[in-house]
Design a protein around this ligand. Structure first.
Ligand code: HEM
Length: 411
């Protein structure tokens, strides 16, 4: 049954300014508040995060220096028990997340390790996996966008690093704040849920960045995150914000879907390449991130340009050519990459790479369309990366006073 125009539909029709007046919550209300975000390091360290802008904290800009993404499974077996457990866990987290955003960890935990620290912009985002709705007998409430990702030929996935009933994405400017918040949230649900996989990620610290507004670099040394939809662009709503007018799936109207991939980097092999070879693999310059043949980071790559040798300036298998909207039927998503470095695993293998998160209205036409093209097109980066973990989650809309609206599902 249709419930009338979706929040996203309204947004598209009204334009950003009109939508803000009407809609004070949800992802879209946030989009236009961006100008009020603190951008200095000091302000970010001093500030509280939470859903005040309407975007889930994981999509606030600038991105936090530290995150921990955790996937959990509920322990019950029967659909009725799983549904009951989900209700309890989400009810607990709803209150705790509200308190954490308002008072910080030191305000809610006695003897917190964060005593003496500023709030550090702590932000907590929740996701629900396809397995949760399946196991809770709620298949009829599952949007078709929330399906397990297909297999890709370059996948080297470890099942222990994939999937999950629930996701917590906890970010802050300080790793102690992240750690304390995670412990608080997991400690309260340990009777009901166990961690399936977890991955902490980080970025260059804003305090050490010469320009904290510059696009960060990944561990391969590339400027990563240049081409992304911006909240003030009209396409942000259609590409990032989910639209669900149907009553069964309206709990996700105004939310978003996140794909999380753990992508190990073969950094020794990568740094054995010459800088020119590394630039050719991606199609952008290493020093300033400009597309090959262009002048500035923000220049649109000229995919038709040929060099004096008659060869394309941006190689046929360059990452940005294969990932471009021109080659993927306009597919776009909001990419938020974090580095991970867990030291050395068994056999002395370096465990470092990209904690890749992509946020979109529909993973089938976002992440999956692009990844399929990178896979089948023989992306030059493929030789230097291994996709080892994978998951997709529904991220319900956020309201000013509600860290997530998932309770609509269970009522
Ligand atoms: C370790 C793995 C990866 C690395 C090191 C990497 C690195 C990069 C770099 C350096 C850029 C150019 C700068 C920018 O626009 O951000 C880029 C662009 C892009 N990447 Fe990746 N990437 C990786 C994986 C992926 C994956 C898994 C996807 C999605 C399936 C993806 C999708 C994109 C898209 C859509 C662009 C923008 C293309 C354009 O329109 O110019 N990347 N990536």
């Amino acid at each position: 049954m249709s419930q009338g125009p979706s929040r996203r539909g309204l947004f598209a029709g009204l334009g950003a300014a009109g939508a803000t007046g009407l809609l004070t919550g949800g992802l879209i209300g946030a989009a236009v508040d961006r100008g009020q975000e603190p951008d200095s390091v000091r302000e970010r360290v001093l500030s509280r995060s939470g859903p005040r802008e309407g975007l889930p904290p994981a999509l606030h800009t600038p991105t936090p220096a530290h995150v921990h993404v955790i996937a959990l499974d509920l322990s019950a077996d029967t659909p009725a028990e799983v549904a009951q457990q989900a209700r309890s866990v989400l009810g607990l987290w709803r209150e705790q997340v509200r308190e954490l955003h308002e008072h910080g960890t030191e305000g809610v935990m006695e003897g917190s390790p964060t005593q003496g620290l500023h709030p550090a912009s702590l932000g907590i985002t929740l996701g629900l996996g396809p397995s949760l709705l399946e196991r809770a007998g709620l298949e009829d409430r599952r949007p078709e966008e929330l399906e397990d990702l297909p297999d890709f030929s370059t996948d080297r996935l470890d099942p222990a690093l994939c999937g999950g009933d629930l996701m917590l994405h906890v970010g802050a400017e300080d790793p102690v704040v992240v750690s304390a918040a995670v412990r608080h949230l997991l400690g309260s649900v340990r009777e009901h849920a166990r961690v399936r996989w977890a991955l902490p990620g980080f970025q260059r610290g804003a305090a050490t960045a010469q320009d904290s507004s510059a696009t960060p670099r990944n561990l391969m040394g590339q400027i990563d995150g240049t081409v992304n939809p911006h909240p003030e662009e009209a396409i942000f709503a259609s590409q990032v914000v989910a639209s669900h007018t149907d009553a069964a799936t309206s709990w996700m109207d105004g939310g978003t879907y996140v794909v999380v991939r753990r992508i190990r980097m073969l950094l020794d092999d990568w740094f054995d390449l010459s800088p020119q070879e590394r630039e050719r693999s991606v199609g952008r310059r290493l020093d300033d991130g400009a597309p090959l043949g262009g002048e500035n980071e923000d220049d649109r790559p000229d995919l038709s340009a040929k060099g004096e040798d008659g060869e394309p300036v941006i190689a046929a298998n360059a990452h940005i050519r294969l990932a471009s909207p021109e080659h993927t039927l306009g597919a776009r998503m909001l990419r938020r990459g974090f580095n991970y470095d867990l030291g050395w695993g068994p056999g002395g293998r370096a465990e470092a790479g990209l904690l890749f998160t992509a946020w979109q209205a529909d993973p089938r036409t976002g992440f999956t369309a692009v990844q399929r093209h990178l896979d089948e097109g023989g992306d030059a980066l493929n030789e230097y990366v291994r996709h080892e973990g994978s998951a997709v989650f529904a991220v319900p809309p956020v309201r000013e006073d509600e860290p997530f609206m998932a309770h609509e599902l269970w009522s």
